[in-house]
Design a binder for this molecule. Structure first.
Ligand SMILES: C[S@@+](CC[C@H](N)C(=O)[O-])C[C@H]1O[C@@H](n2cnc3c(N)ncnc32)[C@H](O)[C@@H]1O
Length: 213
């Protein structure tokens, strides 16, 4: 399925995510509820397991989650031994950034060192690594973000904003680095067609994982 075959929905709008995270931030502040885990705990566990098996924490990898929401995946990677000052999450919803930052601060024990920042990934690139003098991430993660982007409306020129995403992802991965994506809107074959092609330069590695050669 192409991103432009999917009917647009409110899940493809920033307003929707701003509303979701405004509510989740209030809930966290009032009752300590950290919010929804998209696709459930199992998906977090699978992504962490794959990372542990393929991207050694001892190599001090740089890890970015695009569309990091409440930060639950990055906090799970911290628990698995990845260095918090090498991890970052970006999200275009400012309240998602406030929520994940507040959760990190309340967790402590290093979680407060994971950097969460506001970034519309389809319009700008995260700057964290350039600050550290590095030019690409060892591992880029997506859990439900491409799914959300694919539900946006086409722009005025008739092209779909999500169609630029695979190339933008490839641009920020270091040679030899990985892109790990979990999706509910696209099959493995569809992801493969979109992400592993001449335009991105990414190669398909294993189920839902792409590598930059
Ligand atoms: C289904 S949620 C998943 C959140 C998080 N990955 C998780 O698993 O809990 C999709 C996320 O993508 C973010 N998002 C959607 N479009 C984005 C964009 N253009 N730039 C950055 N974040 C975006 C939303 O704000 C939301 O946090």
């Amino acid at each position: 399925m192409s991103s432009d075959d999917l009917p647009s929905s409110k899940l493809g709008t920033k307003q929707h995510w701003d509303d979701v995270y405004s509510t989740e931030l209030t809930n966290f502040e009032e009752i300590g509820d950290e919010g929804e885990i998209w696709f459930g705990e199992d998906s977090v566990e699978k992504m962490v397991d794959w990372t542990v098996d393929n991207v050694a924490a001892s190599a001090n990898p740089s890890i970015l989650e695009v569309g990091s929401g409440n930060g639950s995946l990055l906090f799970a990677l911290l628990e698995a031994g990845y260095a918090p000052d090498r991890m970052a999450g970006v999200d275009y919803s400012e309240d998602a950034v406030r929520l994940s930052t507040a959760i990190g601060t309340s967790k402590g024990e290093g979680a407060e060192k994971i950097r969460f920042s506001a970034c519309d990934f389809l319009a700008e690139y995260p700057t964290e690594l350039s600050v550290a003098g590095e030019t690409g991430w060892n591992l880029v993660l997506d859990k439900g973000t491409f799914d959300a982007m694919a539900l946006a409306e086409k722009d005025v020129t008739g092209s779909h904003p999500a169609d630029t995403y695979p190339k933008r992802i490839a641009h920020i991965i270091r040679p030899g680095g990985y892109f790990l994506i979990v999706s509910c809107n696209f099959t493995e074959d569809e992801l493969r067609t979109k992400f592993a092609n001449g335009a991105t330069g990414l190669e398909y590695h294993v189920s839902d994982v792409f590598i930059r050669r």
